[in-house]
Design a protein around this ligand. Sequence first.
Ligand code: SF4
Length: 718
Amino acid sequence: MQNTATPTHCPYCALQCGMNLTPTPDGTVEVSERADFPVNRGALCGKGRTAPAVLARNVRLTSPLVRDADGTLVPASWDEALDRIAAGLRRTRAEHGPDAVGVFGGGGLTNEKAYTLGKFARVVLGTSQIDYNGRFCMSSAAAAGIKAFGLDRGLPFPLEDIPKSGCVILVGSNLAETMPPSLRFFTELKENGGTLIVIDPRRTRTAEQADLHLAPRPGTDLALALGLLHLVIAEGRVDEEYVRERTAGWEDARAAAMAHWPEYVERITGVSVPQLRETVRLFCEPESAMVLTARGPEQQSKGTDTVGAWINLCLATGRPGRPLSGYGCLTGQGNGQGGREHGQKADQLPGYRKLDDPAARAHVAEVWGVDPDSLPGPGRSAYELLDALGTDIRSLLLMASNPVVSAPRAAHVEERIRSLDFLAVCDVVLSETAALADVVLPVTQWAEETGTTTNLEGRVLLRRRAITPPEGVRSDLEIMHELAARLGVEKGFPTDPEEVFEELRRASAGGPADYAGITYRRLAEENGVFWPCPAVEEAVEEGEDALLDAPLPDDPARETPTAHPGTPRLFLDRFATPDGRARFVPVSHRAIAEEPDDEYPVLLTTGRVVAQYQSGAQTRRVAELNAAAPGPFVEIHPRLAARLGAAEGDPVAVVSRRGRAVAPARITNAIRPDTVFMPFHWPGEGRANSLTNPALDPTSRMPEFKACAVRLEAVERE
Ligand code: SF4
């Protein structure tokens, strides 16, 4: 392996910051600045800077583990471990049918792995029961985007548009903690004279940067957006020409908004009418403006409608498809965008095609060389799949996810996982979920393998291998190749990522997320390419045969003037609906699934801290990050703390109908007096997701992570 720097990308969040990796004599890598990547221009957060720590042998798994007769996980050979997995899955299939085998993926998997996992589930296992942890991330925004625009791409414009816009409303995003290098886009926005409005129940580090901070009661952002739209209408600020020319369904959405009087909205949200009016003024006066949502409005049992309400506000004011304007979602996980495009989601096929669309099934089946009728239909969503473990689903193959910590109602999910007949986990470390497995397979990591991811802008990126993986680990692609062969499918599961990507290009061709014109060589040369990117513009018009015949990357003829440049900005001329018009979706306020009452009088909301990532399986193993964020806490307003008799640092029990968590109090005026906050990165006694509510959004099947009823109890210090 060369000792020069390899340009690549961070393994963690959806910003996918560029970084250079240089091998060190001890077999790991050093991270250095990579200024040529426009998203972060060299800046990294602490997670990115310390990411190589998880490559060390003393932190990670380097041998397969199998459970012995005493119930202990012990090292085993790869053949024994793979044979056991194949036998476990085969036995379940024979005894209970293919749908008794479940597959659970992750938004951290590369495009190649997510694609192969979906194909493996449907072609090798023949199961419909596949979903992934991205369902818990951005599925409400995805569902709302498809309803309104006919297409879901997190941001329909590059991040670099943000500083040039006139106003940005950031709804439920604490990017100062979740993706710090992105904060500069908002700082530059303000330096350029633009306005930043942050909507968050907490005065977060992001909210502190805002020109205006609105702190609604958790779970009421839908009403807030409706109140703003009401005022837009009442004050005559609707862009009538845009609504007439570029949208459909306005009258019903208008009627719904007019039923939400500002005073009524003030009572629901706690945001005053003058603040609502000021927000409308700041948003409507500039020529350009945008709304960006994240997990706050999305992780609700009405998340799709909540995002829909923000989209309606954008459409009524003529924003989407206009320069420096529109609606976007700040996707969270490293490959949260690509992870939802290539078929590991319960209802999707590669290219963001729908699994119940006969034409999509026929296209993908042809690429896969199988009968379309052999492909199963849509399966359960992530929480429903986890809830069915041990009953309808008897065996589970899990990759790159740690639901024991990250799923809602986590104690119940843990119990369901424990009740499985057979569990196989592929992971880098022995996560809390892997520790429950019958077989654990240690996998290669980001710096040790090549693959592509798609960041929150829809920019497809090449992550390059910089070092040789240690003895004893294998890539997820090799694992699926080996398991497919053991289960009787000898072909169709290559281990070379570029070979998988070439197939993915064909499978996605002509679909909403069209990667057909993207090659590894282009990704390397162009520093990323935005989808949709058809192979060549003529080929799309000529039909699929021409696409499939498109030259491969090593063919010099590929570099023709007809190469599609990719699509950084969507919807400039038309939306991706049959008639090209965006759709208003009429929505109305409704309460959260579990309102506070006498027994559980306080609201709990959950989120992240800057030094930990998701379930913390990797970042909790990094000394520097642990020192910065060693454990959970409960953020409490001073008035609530006084009623409880709790001082700073006192242990506090937070109790919901689903469980109990104990963590030290962090007393702050930055949170509403009716709400407490807990970060969700830790297992054990302080596991925030022991408390959260799995009430699901009817469309996206997103659980209600962001609001549930709890009570607080003082706990004696030991
Ligand atoms: Fe990595 Fe995200 Fe931090 Fe960038 S912001 S360094 S992508 S974790």
